[in-house]
Write a protein that binds this ligand. Structure first.
Ligand code: G6Q
Length: 545
């Protein structure tokens, strides 16, 4: 049951060639790679879908890039991408196609699943979402007492939260400020209480967003929301204050939401790949249907680029392959994503799920243990804040942390020198990481000899720079799709299923067992290990005091 690379990556000739090549180039410094090669930056810059990728500040020669591209070819990246775009069962452990690309395909595209073209269904849902959001935004859709909606609260978690939450934050400059869009995900009641503290049930709309409509956190929060609302407005108010986004019409009906007020999607949309589906409804409420479509167009432009561009000029492929170069050949365990834009504050957290849930796997598609490392720990925070916090380790720590710097040429708020200073910092960091400052340079400044080692920057620390003109719905869409396909490329080389997430199941099952033990009146018979038993007893003792 495999769609990708059947040969374990280490057995591929290109992998072996890269191991040899790594031994030859590991000590080469970016200072030397740039010296005497004035065309390096130009050669190693690619543009697509409104994004520019400068990958020249990587510890890679032209030969490295060509060996990495050869690896992608030998691993069948092209073929597997085509399989994905054609609706084949790329998600092998769940026996499903993987078609988030269909969610942003133009109206006249043909993408078949089981002989049926899914594009018309996709657009039918998008049209319903557009109609509904326009009615809410214009005040035509009113609450139970006739008041226009002023707050929309998305209740969802994981893939049903992170995408719309991140994008609503990212596109706030394009949002209707009369409508407050909020997000509740955590089962910790604090999340619900804080999100609704200043809201009036009479003008609040809940969007209950759950693919399965069985998720504990979401259903618990949705029940609390219903009680919060009906305590003031009565049961009959639910119809005008709750809509659902789900694939499970029965679950939605059972909860008490009219399936008329449900926006559907399909099992071939993975949670963390679902922003372009009805899961994006709260984003559409915030920015309106037109901006939402612009985001889909940006995603689609990147999809087209990924599918058509040669690997050596293919942005997602290059990012993915360079990640493999550091993770598998230099032993880098983490990857930092550093957006130089306040609006992209949630982008690293979004990518954490996208990347770590997709490629955080220990066996290949066939179930064989991997003998190479898979996905890295992804982390990050907007610059320039991070510079005053963890960048110390990036510059002078003992670990190699490859970084992606994401920035924009034009500001959304042109005030004074702010943007020039922001952009100067982005560029300066990539320069400092790559080239550092030698002990000789430090000594030449007359620094006390004892301090020279402390003030030396070794450099040779790799980064990609990803730029767009402005942060718009289009560029955000292109950026999201860039990372989606990057993750795909890496998963294909490692031969894993990037579209399942069995690793989240065990904890869920155990929590389902432990909750009744915490809540039981009589002391339950505990059969866990001594630590788990003691923690449960401590909780029971505290709540029963
Ligand atoms: C994402 C995962 C996971 C999922 C949540 C919410 O790819 O599958 O994060 O999105 O567990 O699931 P529901 O949408 O079914 O509530």
């Amino acid at each position: 049951m495999t769609t990708g690379n059947k040969t374990p990556p280490r057995m591929l000739p290109a992998w072996k060639a890269l191991e040899n090549h790594h031994r030859q180039v590991v000590h080469r410094h970016l200072r030397d790679l740039f010296a005497g090669d004035p065309a390096r930056a130009e050669r190693m810059t690619v543009e697509a879908a409104g994004l520019v990728l400068d990958f020249s500040k990587n510890r890679a020669t032209d030969e490295t890039i060509s060996l990495l591209c050869e690896l992608a070819t030998q691993a069948g990246v092209r073929e597997r991408a085509e399989a994905m775009f054609h609706g084949e069962l790329v998600n092998v452990t769940e026996g499903r196609p993987v078609l988030h690309v269909a969610l942003r395909a133009p109206r006249d595209s043909l993408i078949h699943v089981g002989g049926v073209n899914v594009v018309p269904e996709v657009h039918a849902v998008l049209d319903r979402m557009a109609e509904f959001s326009s009615r809410v935004r214009s005040g035509q859709w009113t609450g139970h007492t006739g008041l226009p909606i002023q707050a929309a609260v998305n209740i969802g978690i994981g893939g049903s939260d992170l995408g719309p939450r991140m994008a609503t934050h990212a596109l706030r400059a394009f949002a209707d400020r009369d409508l407050s869009v909020r997000f509740v995900s955590n089962v910790d009641a604090t999340a619900f209480v804080e999100a609704t503290r200043d809201l009036d049930p009479a003008n609040t709309l809940f969007v209950v967003c759950s693919k399965t409509f069985t998720t504990l956190e979401t259903l618990t929060n949705a029940r609390t929301a219903r009680e919060w609302l009906t305590a003031v407005l009565g049961e009959e108010a639910v119809a005008k204050h709750f809509v659902a986004v789900s694939t499970n019409a029965d679950g939605v009906r059972e909860f008490g939401i009219d399936p008329e007020n449900m926006f559907g999607f399909w099992d071939w949309v993975g949670g963390r790949y679902s922003l372009a589906s009805a899961v994006g409804l709260s984003l559409m409420l915030a920015v309106g249907p037109e901006r939402f479509r612009e985001m889909l167009d940006g995603m689609h432009a990147m999809d087209d680029h990924f599918r058509a561009a040669p690997i050596e000029r293919n942005l997602p492929a290059l990012l993915g392959l360079l990640g493999i170069w550091y993770g598998n050949f230099f032993g880098a365990a983490t990857h930092a994503v550093l957006p130089y834009d306040e609006y992209l504050g949630l982008f690293p957290a979004y990518l954490q799920q996208l990347d770590m849930e997709s490629d955080g796997k220990r066996v290949d598609e066939e179930g064989r243990p991997l003998d190479v490392d898979s996905g890295p720990v992804v982390w990050g925070q907007p610059g320039t804040d991070g510079q005053h916090a963890f960048f110390q380790l990036l510059h002078q720590g003992t670990r190699l942390v490859p970084c992606d710097f994401v920035g924009f040429l034009e500001p959304l708020h042109p005030i004074g020198r702010h943007h020039a200073l922001l952009f100067a910092n982005l560029v300066a960091q990539t320069e400092a990481l790559a080239f550092g400052k030698t002990a000789e340079e430090v000594a030449a400044e007359g620094i006390d000899t004892a301090l020279v080692p402390h003030r030396t920057f070794p450099g040779n620390r790799p980064s990609n720079t990803i730029l767009a003109d402005r942060l718009t719905p289009w560029t955000l869409g292109a950026l999201i799709a860039l990372y989606e396909h990057k993750v795909f490329v890496q998963g294909t080389v490692w031969g894993i299923d990037s579209f399942d997430q069995w690793g989240v199941e065990l904890g869920k099952t155990l929590a389902g067992r432990i909750a009744p033990e915490l809540e039981a009146e009589a002391p339950p018979e505990l059969r866990h290990d001594s630590s788990t038993n003691a923690l449960i007893r401590r909780y029971r003792a505290a709540v029963r005091q």
